[in-house]
Design a protein around this ligand. Structure first.
Ligand code: PGA
Length: 250
């Protein structure tokens, strides 16, 4: 379960939030991640040292070092203990010009630094209405993995996030989430030419709440959820984790 806080919370709210999870036991076999704003990464990593809560990053810039005012690179993230990073979120694609090519550069940079990329893909409402969802997913995934070899197959995670479902309260149906996750899994197997791709974690994201998370996690090819709005409230995120702990989709 991944909490994507986006550009939300003060440092005090962020610390309070993680304290809720460091004091309460987290459901045992659920991997729980929290992706705060980059300025909070270091203090939250320090605060979560003894807990099962993993702190990951929402973004980074792919070059090594240099004149990129305002940016943070992957070595800076690893130097503070980051092991997971979100790449290609539709908000970054829409507002910050993150193209498929940039996504691929970031995937390569993160793998080279032993950081697990959580790659987001998903179609717009228009693409869905035009019936080209499969083509969109295929081209995003193919571009993201260009030049990535089978040995890295199980070092990547994917999140299927239909753009029309993000922050709208209109989640995809669990049927659609399953259908596309399965398609994605088979596509990965083909692109990476290895059965190991069948083990790649595939998450669903887009208006996930404590009320619908169970229906997604029950799907055989949905391994987790990427949660925006509903992850901001510690109680609702805790409920989501509890539900995830009860679902058995093996
Ligand atoms: P949402 O956001 O849960 O608020 O729809 C999901 C995401 O953007 O990752």
């Amino acid at each position: 379960m991944i909490a994507n806080w986006k550009m939300n919370k003060s440092i005090f709210e962020a610390l309070d939030f993680v304290d809720n999870f460091t004091h309460d036991p987290i459901a045992e076999d659920v991997n729980v991640f929290c992706l705060p704003a980059s300025v909070y990464l270091y203090p939250l990593i320090q605060r979560c040292k003894e807990s099962n809560l993993t702190i990951g990053a929402q973004n980074f810039h792919w070059p090594e070092y240099g004149a990129y005012t305002g940016e943070v690179n992957i070595d800076m993230l690893t130097s503070i203990g980051i092991k997971h990073v979100l790449i290609g979120h539709s908000e970054r694609r829409a507002y910050f010009g993150e193209t498929d090519e940039v996504v691929n550069l970031k995937v390569k940079a993160s793998l080279a630094a032993n950081v697990i990329p959580i790659i987001c893909v998903g179609e717009s409402l228009q693409s869905r209405e035009n019936g080209v969802t499969w083509e969109v997913i295929t081209s995003q995934v193919t571009a993201a993995l260009e030049g990535i070899t089978a040995k890295d197959a199980f070092k990547v995670m994917f999140a299927y996030e239909p753009i029309w479902a993000i922050g709208t309260g209109k989640a995809a149906s669990s049927y659609d989430a399953q259908k596309i996750s399965l398609f994605l899994r088979e596509l990965l197997e083909k692109i990476l030419s290895t059965e190991k791709a069948l083990q790649t974690p595939i998450l669903y994201g887009g208006s996930v709440t404590e009320h619908n998370v169970g229906s997604f996690l029950e799907q055989p090819d949905v391994d987790g959820a990427l949660i925006g709005g509903a992850s901001l409230d510690p109680n609702s995120f805790a409920n989501i984790i509890q539900i995830a702990g009860r679902v058995d989709n093996d």
